[in-house]
Design a protein around this ligand. Structure first.
Ligand code: SAH
Length: 246
């Protein structure tokens, strides 16, 4: 049951959901696919009778769901964050199709929790929420009608994850794991960004009065490269020396 175990490391994060029914339908979709960890970021109405009704039997997931105030709190302990989007935006982080995204997510789940982040029904995810993602997934729809129902996209993605998990069971141990140097968590990455911003300000590369897009571009660069915890420590060591000027 290698794959089933790995599915338990996956977290569905629903950001700012408006309709409680969608939360229930998402829980139902998750439970059928063996994904159980649900985190709600500032839902408009929850708990709610519509959520329970549409969960139809997945109310154990709703009862266990964590409610948090913002996306960083939902993904702080995650080693990889996959954002979902109906639209391709110009962004410097890779956009993957569901099967490839699922494979990567399961691979990362060997090291710790992996989040799949879903946006608001009307407006999706904000730009700063997108900045927390290591990669994006887009369900390939027809180009002129690209927006799926929120719970529908949770179903497609958790199905893709289950298929990838079942394939991993058939081929156990294909991906070697390096337990000694796990990927950095999002909280460790946030520590690096704060430190980097400070050091760049000290050496006057970053002008706090006119920061332009420097921090965002650096963030995308590091998110894309998937740093390990020890690489983050190494970079922060360099930053300490940079700040000292020797
Ligand atoms: N107008 C919004 C649509 C949001 S739909 C936008 O353009 O972003 C609500 C959520 O469902 C999205 O934030 C995303 O998480 C998911 N979703 C909808 N269609 C999707 C698609 N084609 N691929 C991946 N996720 C999708």
């Amino acid at each position: 049951m290698v794959g089933e175990g790995r599915l338990r490391q996956l977290r569905v994060v629903l950001v700012g959901t408006t309709h409680p029914g969608n939360i229930g339908s998402a829980a139902r979709a998750m439970k059928a696919m063996g994904v159980r960890d649900l985190v709600l970021v500032a839902p408009e109405r929850f708990p709610h009778a519509d959520a329970t009704a549409l969960a139809s039997g997945a109310d154990d997931l709703l009862a266990a769901a964590q409610v948090v105030g913002d996306l960083p709190a939902a993904v702080a302990d995650c080693v990889w964050v996959l954002g979902t989007s109906a639209r391709l935006r110009t962004h410097s982080v890779p956009v993957l199709p569901p099967d490839r995204a699922a494979e990567r997510a399961l691979g990362q789940a060997r090291h710790g929790p992996v989040a799949l982040v879903f946006g608001r029904e009307h407006s999706g995810l904000t730009n700063s929420e997108l900045d927390y993602c290591n990669a994006f997934v887009q369900v390939p729809t027809v180009p002129d009608f690209s927006s799926l129902n929120l719970a529908g996209s949770v179903q497609v993605m958790t199905y893709a994850l289950r298929m990838a998990a079942l394939a991993a069971e058939d081929a156990p141990g294909v991906a070697p794991s390096d337990e000694r140097d796990p990927p950095a968590t999002q909280a460790e990455m946030e520590g690096l960004y704060a430190h980097l911003e400070q050091a760049l300000t000290t050496i006057e590369v970053l002008d706090p009065d006119n920061p332009r897009h420097l921090m965002r571009r650096l963030r995308h660069l590091y998110q894309r490269s998937g740093l390990t915890a020890s690489e983050v420590r190494m970079l922060r060591g360099i930053l300490i020396h940079t700040q000292r000027g020797r």
